[in-house]
Write a protein that binds this ligand. Structure first.
Ligand code: NAD
Length: 492
């Protein structure tokens, strides 16, 4: 397909293309890379090459910046109701096509069809929620200090945003940035992951179909460092938002600091799950299996350090290993699969290294620990027991289907271990005691706490890390405020 207004997601007789050609979306047009190609998208289950990825030229990036700049004024002046109507119409299209889109996401990322479909449904929900929240970007009027005076706060959109998203939730993470930014009246240049571009590009396609004016949302692809350096340095960009690893987050924050540009950073985690003696064992095991195998463990909030009370430790490990062993692993697009392959070869190598580091430091390999089959990036769910806390795997985010299990006797020791690392994204506890739930909610240093649950990210609630896990929030009214400044007006 050549550059033009026709979407790579257009219907082709029997439905959406099996895997669409990933094109950039700039100023309302679909465009090839000005500098050729930057790499390939491949199917993590088979290693089959699905497509070439365009490589943006400087001209492409400047065109995207100019488009976002030109679109900003009319977009911010459009009523919040009209902006919301476009987001809502796009949400309807996502829901209608969720089955077909799930197949595309599963092809490029590896996750199961059920997870991929849910991700598009949650993306639709995110569009709808911010369509409504945009109407509630209320300012305030406060009692004046002088008779007849007015003192007001007027929330206003920050301006064009540069957004960078990763490959683990290639649809939902872009949606969590696009929806609040557009609802606030900002425009955007987004660089989705080059490894999973289609799931993000489809959001641009449905928004365009729903009537989004040209230039409000642009998507570019290429070499991440070249793109982020160029976009963040541009005076057009007034806000940075990134989801990904801690090292890249720090790098982008340094670039943003040059121009004193606000950043929202959603970075990594190494979340502890405290399993107390009074936990409902059946529920804890079932929830831990689901939490650990979701997206093959490639989730920033995935439980990674399982701290289990010594009185139930052995039974928990035995039952956890049995249940993990029963999980059906297979290609994401096979309906029977409960866990797909890892998204790329780097993750398989990282898991192999992690197992090696843990066992050579004295950890016991209790289950799994190896790749599965010769084709694709499949890795068995793995349990490592009693890995010393000084070992690398107990300190660096695993980002894969590996559970590091240790035992504790005193609650304060478990809390201290949970809080030991520079990460502070999420932490969990399994208990039936309200008092214990209150204690851990107060004492765990994390942006999100789950009690008998790993669900700490809902569109209506703020989600964000503390310490090196990030700055700022997505979700909730906080997620909208992240794209606005609060202008104070004193009219004497
Ligand atoms: P990585 O650190 O190179 O990349 C992480 C993401 O950032 C990718 O999507 C990549 O395209 C993007 N990126 C990299 N350099 C960039 C730059 N200069 N400018 C803009 N974007 C850039 O490593 P990776 O191998 O893709 O992932 C490894 C680690 O990243 C994982 O172990 C995990 O810790 C972390 N990660 C976290 C999340 C999250 O949701 N917080 C998502 C994906 C990866």
């Amino acid at each position: 397909m050549k550059s033009g207004s026709s979407s790579p997601f257009s219907k082709t007789g029997s439905g959406l293309r099996a895997y669409p050609l990933p094109l950039q979306f700039i100023g309302g047009e679909w465009r090839l890379g000005g500098d050729g190609t930057a790499g390939q998208v491949s199917n993590p289950a088979t290693h089959e090459v699905l497509a070439e990825v365009p490589r943006a030229s400087k001209q492409d990036l400047d065109d995207a910046l100019a488009a976002a700049s030109n679109a900003f004024d009319p977009w911010r002046r459009m009523s919040a109701v009209d902006r919301g109507n476009i987001l809502t119409a796009a949400a309807h299209l996502l829901r209608q096509r969720a089955d077909e889109l799930a197949r595309i996401m599963s092809l490029e990322q590896g996750k199961t069809l059920a997870e991929a479909k849910l991700e598009f449904m949650l993306s639709a929900e995110t569009f709808e929620w911010y369509a409504a929240e945009g109407r509630r970007a209320n300012g305030r009027i406060m009692p004046a200090r002088l008779p007849g005076a007015r003192q007001m706060v007027l929330p206003q959109p920050l301006g064009p945003v540069a957004a960078f998203t990763p490959w683990n939730f290639p649809g939902l993470l872009p949606a969590r940035k696009i929806a609040p930014a557009l609802a606030a009246g900002c425009t955007m240049v987004m660089k989705p992951s080059e490894e999973t571009p289609a799931s993000a590009l489809v959001l641009a396609a449905v928004l365009a179909e729903a009537g989004l004016p040209s230039g409000v949302l642009n998507m570019v692809l290429g070499v991440p460092q070249d793109i982020s350096e160029h976009l963040i340095a541009s005076p057009i960009i007034r806000k940075i938002t990134f989801t990904g690893s801690v090292p890249v987050g720090k790098q982008l924050a340094r670039l943003a600091a040059e121009g004193v540009k606000p950043c929202t950073l959603e970075l990594g985690g190494h979340s502890a799950a405290l399993i107390f003696a009074d936990a409902d064992m059946d529920r804890a095991v079932a929830t831990c299996v689901q939490g650990k195998t979701r997206n093959a463990g490639q989730v920033c909030t995935s439980p990674t350090r399982f701290l289990v009370h010594e009185s139930i430790h052995d039974e928990f490990v035995k039952r956890f290993a049995k249940a993990l062993g029963d999980v059906v692993i297979g290609p994401g697009n096979s309906p029977s699969s409960q866990m797909g392959p890892l998204a790329n070869g780097r993750r398989v190598e990282a898991m192999e290294q992690l197992v090696k580091d843990a066992t050579s430091a004295g950890g016991e390999l209790y289950a799994g620990g190896e790749r599965l089959g010769n084709t694709g990036n499949f890795f068995r769910p793995t349990i490592l027991v009693d890995t010393p806390i000084s070992a690398g795997p107990m300190c660096v985010e695993p980002f894969g289907p590996v559970a590091l299990v240790s035992r504790f006797s005193r609650t304060e020791d478990a809390i201290a271990e949970a809080n030991r690392l520079p990460y502070g994204l999420a932490a969990y506890a399994f208990t039936q005691s309200a008092a214990t739930a209150v204690t851990v909610s107060e004492e765990l240093d994390a942006g999100g706490i789950g009690i008998n649950s790993f669900a700490v990210s809902h569109v209506e609630a703020p989600f964000g890390g503390i310490k090196e896990s990030g700055i700022g929030y997505e979700g909730g009214s906080e997620g909208l405020a992240a794209f606005m400044h609060h202008k104070y007006v004193h009219h004497a």
